[in-house]
Design a protein around this ligand. Sequence first.
Ligand SMILES: Cc1ncc(COP(=O)(O)O)c(C=O)c1O
Length: 453
Amino acid sequence: MISVSTLQEKDKRFLWHPYTQMQDYAQRDLLLIDRAEGICLFDQQGKRYFDTISSWWCIVHGHGHPTITEKIRLQLARLDQVLLAGTSHEGAILLAEQLVRLTPPMLSRVFYSDNGSTACEIAIKMSLQYWRQVGQPNRCQLVGIERGYHGDTIGTMSLGGVPEFHGPFAPLLFPSHRLPSPYCYRCPVGLDQNTCDCQCLQSLAGLLAEQGAQIAALIIEPLIQAAGGMIVYPAKYLQKMATLTKEYGVHLIFDEVATGFGRTGTMFALEQAGVAPDFLCLSKGLTAGMLPMAATLTTEEIFQAFYGNYGAGKTFFHGHTFSGNPLAAAAALGSLQVFAEEQTMAGLPDKIRHLQARMLRFADLPWVGDLRQIGMISAMELVKDRETKEAYDFHERVGWSIYLAGLAQGLLLRPIGNVIYLWLPLSVTLAEIDEITERAWQVLSDPQNIAGW
Ligand SMILES: Cc1ncc(COP(=O)(O)O)c(C=O)c1O
């Protein structure tokens, strides 16, 4: 067997890791994961780590769930890959049917791709082409939200709002409108979320009143801006937003790449607002994290605008080699089977309450400015001063020592700037929640792990 030190050495020689400053690992080894079981990862020495970030927010039923593994195995023996242009296959068809059944009735068509960025990029492109095809080519402006994140392609970066990630690419990004983030802890209009009337949406009302007829679509992550700092906001904000976009005929794109498939306590976050978007973008949890896949759902009205004679220029010329890959479709169908067989959603309220109860004590730590939770996602924002809410600068990397202390405690944490979070697989047990939160407490209650304290 190849030794750990050889692998580490080859890693340093040949690999370039995503969202990673490689110099951090010049004198230190990356965590080399050998295998996974349930919600845990094991390194080459057999040390166990709780996967508290669901391996970048995609693991749903734990790693290697037998039902899904078996589905993939059977599919592999039958059909591994086929293009989805001009051909089809059972898995893609049956999965599309199930996705349409699970989502609001308005959403009737499924367009596959293979990651969250493309799911969103497709929604943006479809919206643009739709308006051309229905005789409104001037509707070509787009709206995003500050602190929003929709992926790393040029289109999705252009609508994102996390300058720390996308700043270097600014010359490439197309101009678009940006609304203030519904960041209740740091309310952009200085109000209290319990008594406000979402006055932060007044800027949208103003924008639409002025330029509504030129705006094609608005994209937003429903209920939580995840990569932007786990910013949880109320459902009423989405309801008011939907009323406004509807009034001006602007497409609403819900990016549920991260929130889809139970993460917020309902199968889709949109259910908590009772709002149906024109586009719904899914990925990550779609296959329960087993294989890459994405889907963009849209309405019959939008689909029909693309339907016609080939020569009429209505075709949507977009596709990816692995769009609707049969193995990924089998995994997604397997995951939906597990949701049904294990009654995953019915078991969630107890887990969510338990997590909330276990996290409460973190709010008393002097460096925790805000503790926020939605569903199986619990986050805390660290501050230098609770009174003034003085923030750590992103580049101060307050999360780095916490990440390292987490590893020592057997927790794989991945702070985003000053926000430390748990994004737990839905299969986590109450006992595992106890263990994870106790270990997290050991990390976060120790001032030595908190820069400046
Ligand atoms: C809300 C949201 N949209 C889109 C993406 C991009 O997904 P991917 O990394 O699969 O391209 C992410 C990734 O974290 C996300 O959280």
